[in-house]
Design a binder for this molecule. Structure first.
Ligand SMILES: Cc1ncc(COP(=O)(O)O)c(C=O)c1O
Length: 283
């Protein structure tokens, strides 16, 4: 039976077994207890899945992220402390100094500033294109060092609608993923992955929260972009991460897990923008 989206909104991500809590519990803890230091070592080395520090992952956050991944039709997701953090992590996970991004010019002002100014100071350049530009104009925006395309499903505040299929085709034609900020419609009204987007972000602060109760963000990975087919563009995913015992994310976690695991194990570890479990519960 195909589950209706209203059911996923209520039940998704947390399916308790017999005698388990009906509502997702708030794991209001920073750390966990282990019987052996070897057990913790295996978790730390990403050899076993589990929890060891809430700055990287927490069961409440994971249940909410899993719900949103189900709603968007994605393979994996992570919560961030805000929508700004979600968009920063989504781009910075695959692009850095010396790289280039193509972005729709009709996006939220905060994201425009992030890409045009703050990330520029980090060595990343961005070319903005009108979402209604011609195919030739879109094609002309790409450079050999372009690492992704970014747009908003319905732009804040211009309300311009992104032709996701057209932007996805252009991105894929240049061997890079399309990142779509789906804050305005939410997956109830539009699921960008179904139209070709590879990565979806949200400011959950808005309609996803719906009560004005908590600032938050989420990144959902479709698991469909083939990082290995464009390995030269994405060495961060396809070659050893020296900061994490030489793990190769695509090898260890596959195409469905590589992107979100890297963003968690590396970016969340170093930049620390985890959402509080209390806020996750409120979402
Ligand atoms: C489309 C969009 N993306 C991202 C953001 C940033 O989200 P946050 O305020 O949760 O950091 C906003 C905020 O207004 C937004 O409207």
């Amino acid at each position: 039976m195909v589950e209706r989206i209203g059911t996923t909104c209520v039940q998704g991500g947390w399916r308790p077994g017999d005698g388990e809590p009906r509502q997702v519990p708030i794991y209001q803890n920073t750390t966990w207890k282990y019987d052996t230091s070897e057990h913790m070592g295996r978790l730390f080395d990403l050899e076993e899945s589990g929890y060891f520090y809430t700055r990287l992952a927490n069961p409440t956050n994971d249940a909410v992220a899993a719900k949103i991944a189900e709603l968007e039709g994605g393979a994996a997701a992570m919560l961030t402390s805000s929508g700004q953090a979600a968009n920063f992590f989504a781009v910075f996970n695959i692009a850095g100094a010396g790289d280039h991004v193509v972005a729709s010019s009709a996006i939220y002002g905060g994201t425009y500033n992030l890409l045009a100014h703050t990330m520029k100071r980090m060595g990343l350049e961005c070319t903005f294109v009108d979402p209604h530009c011609t195919d030739e104009e879109l094609k002309a925006a790409f450079r050999p060092n372009t690492k992704c395309v970014f747009g908003e499903t319905i732009a804040n505040p211009a309300l311009a609608v992104l032709d996701i299929e057209r932007f996805a085709a252009a991105a894929h034609g240049h061997g890079v993923p399309l990142i779509v900020d789906n804050t305005f419609p939410t997956p109830v009204l539009c699921r960008p992955i179904e139209w070709g987007a590879d990565i979806v972000t949200h400011s959950t602060t808005k309609y996803m929260d719906g009560h004005g109760a908590s600032v938050g963000g989420v990144i959902v990975d479709s698991g469909r972009f083939n990082w290995n087919a464009h390995a030269d563009k994405f060495p961060g995913l396809t070659t050893p991460d020296e900061s994490y015992h030489g793990v190769v994310y695509t090898e260890r976690f596959g195409l469905e897990g590589a992107y979100i695991t890297k963003a968690t194990a590396q970016l969340m570890r170093d930049l620390g923008s985890i959402q509080s479990p209390q806020n996750a519960f409120l979402i």
